[in-house]
Design a protein around this ligand. Sequence first.
Ligand SMILES: [Zn+2]
Length: 84
Amino acid sequence: MNLIVLVYFFVMDSLKDIIATLTSMNTIMSRVNVGNDAILLSIQNNIQQYIAENCHHNIVYDYVDIPPEGGMSIKFCDICMKTF
Ligand SMILES: [Zn+2]
């Protein structure tokens, strides 16, 4: 157990890794109905606040096909997935 914890910290030690992990956690939590559970809402808010305050956005551009209308270009951060 201790070995697993140590490996985790060595592998996931950059801020970019932390933000990417929190973004995944946020996506997973958005799939469940947390209802009015104060603790779960607090966890969700803390994750979103940490991402918003700490992500050093890496802006990328992509083009999304939306048939039959055509498509649109999008601009987003490939670390926290926020769109701009
Ligand atoms: Zn970002």
